[in-house]
Write a protein that binds this ligand. Sequence first.
Ligand code: SF4
Length: 382
Amino acid sequence: MYNHSLISLYVHFPFCGRRCRYCDFFSTEDGTASIDGYIDAVANEFRMVIEKNDLHASRIATIYCGGGTPSLLSPRRWYTFVDTVIKKLPFAPDLEWTIECNPDSFTEEKAAVWLDTGVTRLTLGIQSLQDRLLRFLGRPHTARQALDLLENPILTTFNSVGADIMYGLPGQTVKAVAQTAVRVLDSGTAKHLSAYELTIAPDTPFGKHQRLLPLPSEEDRITMHETIREIAERHEFEQYEISNYARPGHRCRHNLRYWMHEPYVGLGASSHSYLHPYRYANIADLRRYILDIKSARFPTAYTERLGTEELSREAILLGLRMPEGIGEDRYRRLTGREFADGDRGKLLEKLAQEGYMVHTGGAWRPTSKGILIADALAGKLA
Ligand code: SF4
């Protein structure tokens, strides 16, 4: 179970043209920050991680380049990044390699370079197709740029394209959410849809003025989520996680590996890693990250050793967000315990009678009614 022969790789690019007002991901809009110095540090960090964890014989199953805005990298820097970082380990034959792409920093030249180096999947940061909302969020692109990108024929040369949209935004209506989802999916380009509800972090401009934001009611937010699900289903997308939908064959394998407790290495400032039994995170500080790596120190912010209790809690929490639910064999392998034992077994029977859970194919799965209250179910079952 705890075999590191296949790993996933996440690389964080902490650079943005400008900061969106709701965002609490780690990134800088400082145009003087040294991107070349950062790529160099990421390459050295990967070398150190391979040495420390003896990953020399590992192969890479999936890669996810996120941020920040990885699509800001120029073709020259992208080639340097691939040569110095990504090529340190061989790829598995069915590699999935995703890059997050914002509509304003996309160019056909970059797309050609990504394809040339082996990128298989794009995920487009669209968020909304209402210019008024995009401006309010501080997004660096317009609805027209997003629609033009969805119509660009070069996108069809990638194995898969996903789109990210948001709901629960200030001043957003159910109708506006529906219009965005329909226009994105009608394009036919996106085969994967992530729809995340806005969460407001205190240290963001939105967090500082939260009381003034005209946020939709809880009832409207639930309706938005339901509306997106209905539109996705009408477009023959399956919901495979509470916020993620895909056409058959287009699920994001990288995310699935996170949710299934497969090993992953996160590189770069603020990235997270899981190499059993440890989960750890890097510091969210660009200058200190580069300095630590230059001094051959791991830039670790925290390390946590996952014991049986933590693994059990996570397996339940993540399993209840997916229609696949909690596989009894997988739970046993992960924790050494039976999932439906004792009081939990009785509770599962009760939840099944109430229509929230179903026991089928060796797994306890949330029904479509259950997945809506996944966190509450996890609170009872974990
Ligand atoms: S582009 Fe993405 S990472 Fe950058 S500030 Fe906006 S939401 Fe955050």
